[in-house]
Design a protein around this ligand. Structure first.
Ligand code: FAD
Length: 295
């Protein structure tokens, strides 16, 4: 790809940021510091993930409701089908609507036990496509769904996974956000196939800035993301050098974003892991500046 220099990335990129709900007061403080740091970049939206279990769910709700109340950035709440009846999901969705939240990231979700198979609740939704249809029938939510450039691990085939993405969009989702990936070619191939399959919706690339290589390897194995061998080489021997790891992470992630930009991508979704600086640096390289300042 003929990639432009960073100085040529003229500030026409847009971003959104994903966070997870904090478990402790310290984590909560870190989350709000991060949101405060990233807010001046005027993200399109900020989303908050959703886990299994009552307390996690409450934390997601509280975090999203506070973003909607206390910031100027549109808040998006992730919502899954795991362990919930349709009525329970309707209650959660109603509460978001009441709190002024208009954007839901609708997912099937995974069972809380690592490696367990998803079993739908007897009165619940069996897939994200069903959840999208259910939510659309309740309120006029803007809905995003998940997409998998390297194919979801449970999919029968890449084609059946793409058919499933189309079902989710046809059910009323506005856009897809991808699982993280490290190969821009994998993303572009996937977008080409989606377009050929008649999918016109936006397919936002999910960008994971990697600082902890070991945990990235574990996550990638679970979700079918290929980790290139050169990446292991770049993180080799840096366990005791966190600042060096940050610099390597920034370089790798910036290169990925630059290649995506060269291929026409103008909107990027960052998995921030609740830490602002790395995402902030990549956004800066992409030409974003705090609103009101010249890029
Ligand atoms: P679905 O779209 O329902 O697909 C699940 C699998 O079933 C796929 O393999 C699909 O191909 C297959 N399938 C579905 N319907 C059919 C059909 N009719 N025929 C054949 N095959 C079918 N998880 C969380 O728990 N909380 C989160 O907050 C969260 N956020 C995420 C955000 C993003 C951007 C992404 C990419 C993932 C997120 N996940 C989250 C992970 C997600 O829940 C898992 O990847 C889960 O295993 C699948 O969810 P889905 O919404 O893609 O499911």
């Amino acid at each position: 790809l003929d990639t432009p220099l960073y100085a040529d990335l003229g500030g026409d990129a847009e971003v959104s940021f994903e966070f997870f709900p904090p478990k402790t007061e310290k984590m909560e403080a870190q989350l709000w510091d991060s949101i405060e740091t990233l807010t001046p970049l005027a993200p399109r939206f900020i989303s908050v993930t959703y886990g299994a279990g009552g307390s996690t769910r409450e934390r997601t709700h509280n975090t999203v409701a506070r973003i909607a109340r206390d910031t100027s950035i549109p808040a998006a709440a992730h919502l899954t089908c795991v362990d919930a009846s349709k009525d329970e999901i309707a209650e959660v969705a109603d509460a978001y609507w009441q709190a002024g939240v208009r954007h839901i990231v609708a997912l099937r979700g995974d069972p809380p036990e690592m490696g367990a198979k998803f079993e739908p609740h007897p009165d619940g939704y069996a897939s994200a496509a069903e959840l999208v249809a259910g939510l659309r029938a309740l309120h006029d939510f803007e809905i995003s769904v998940a997409a998998y450039p390297e194919t979801h691990p449970e999919a029968l085939s890449a084609q059946s996974d793409l058919d499933n993405l189309k079902r989710k969009l046809d059910a009323g989702a506005a856009r897809a956000i991808t699982q993280f990936f490290f190969s821009p070619e994998a993303y572009f191939r996937f977008v080409d196939k989606a377009r050929a399959a008649g999918i016109e919706a936006e397919i936002l690339p999910g960008i994971m800035p990697v600082t902890n290589f070991a945990s990235t390897l574990r996550m990638a194995a679970m979700c079918n993301t290929e980790v290139p061998s050169w990446m292991a080489r770049l993180f080799e021997g840096l366990d005791d050098h966190p600042p060096a790891r940050q610099l390597i992470a920034a370089t790798i992630t910036a290169e990925l974003c630059r290649k995506l930009y060269a291929g026409g991508v103008r909107s990027f979704h960052f998995y921030t892991l609740n830490r602002a600086e790395l995402s902030y640096a990549i956004c800066h390289l992409l030409g974003l500046r705090p609103q009101g300042q010249v890029a």
